[in-house]
Design a protein around this ligand. Structure first.
Ligand code: PGA
Length: 271
């Protein structure tokens, strides 16, 4: 398909997501949402900012976000439309309560719930067909990295997830490169390793779709990204933002990453 001419390299709008995981409570979730809105402030004009609270707090968080330019997403979505799937939440249900994004294929879902490439692909297809936007997570474990298979595994996950996704649907996908060994460990990937993985993912997108599409899709980094290391990691022009776990629970730290991403998102600052 044709992509708008403006989708040249450097025109991708930065994206920063806050994945709260299984944290916060009935009072602290809306409080964190409100603090995030305040701290992020005007930076949200130059960066897509989305928070992903636990499912049971989506509605109070939506109220706390009000009409601020901070989006709302779920940490997971069912691969099924409806019916006998105890504990699952469908894409339509999420839309009904005002969520517009879903994280799909997070390594903690792959690890804790045995989600393999096939179910991740089904979830991505269901989310996009239902009109949700998706953050698709890919990335290798430490064992896979040590075995020299980091790129191979990441590319396999990407190819499997995108197998039934049409080019025009990729407008609604942000890819998060999240090396599993960097998640929640305090040890982020080096800027060089992260940049190299992003280049590989963009190359794969070029093969799967087209070079134009590869330049248009946002690819963000996740794994111990925080206020202190954001400038170094987001310095590479191929890294379009981040998916943040631990640091997203502190509104000030999260906002600092948003500001860093927003500042580098100016077209003239990119090449
Ligand atoms: P972390 O989590 O920032 O706590 O490492 C990132 C993620 O899992 O998305």
């Amino acid at each position: 398909m044709d992509w708008p001419a403006s989708y040249t390299r450097g025109m991708r709008r930065p994206f920063v997501g806050g994945n709260w995981k299984m944290n916060t409570g009935a009072e602290s979730a809306p409080a964190l949402a409100a603090a995030t809105v305040t701290e992020v402030g005007d930076a949200a004009r130059a960066c897509d900012v989305v928070v992903f609270p636990p499912a049971c707090f989506l509605i109070p968080v939506r109220s706390a976000l009000g009409d601020a330019a901070v989006g709302l997403g779920a940490q997971d979505v069912s691969s099924e439309a409806n019916g006998a799937h105890t504990g699952d939440i469908s894409a339509e249900m999420l839309k009904e309560i005002g969520a517009t994004w879903a994280i799909i294929g997070h390594s903690e879902r792959r690890r804790d719930h045995g989600e393999g490439d096939h179910v991740v692909a089904q979830k991505l297809e269901m989310a996009l067909e239902s009109g949700l936007r998706a953050v698709l997570c890919v990335g290798e474990t430490l064992e896979e990295r040590k075995a020299g298979q980091a790129h191979q595994v990441t590319a396999r996950q990407l190819r499997a997830a995108c197998a039934s996704i049409r080019a025009e649907q990729m407008h609604d996908v942000v890819i998060a490169y999240e090396p599993v060994w960097a998640i929640g460990t305090g040890v982020s990937a080096t800027p060089q390793d992260a940049a190299e993985a992003h280049r590989m993912i963009r190359r794969e997108l070029g093969i799967l779709y087209s070079p134009e599409l590869a330049q248009a899709v946002r690819i963000v980094y996740g794994g111990s990204l925080n206020a202190a290391n954001a400038a170094a990691i987001l310095a590479d022009p191929g890294i379009d933002g981040g998916l943040i776990g631990g640091a997203s629970l502190k509104a000030g730290d999260f906002a600092q990453v948003v500001r860093t991403a927003a500042a580098r998102g100016q077209p003239q600052g990119r090449h």
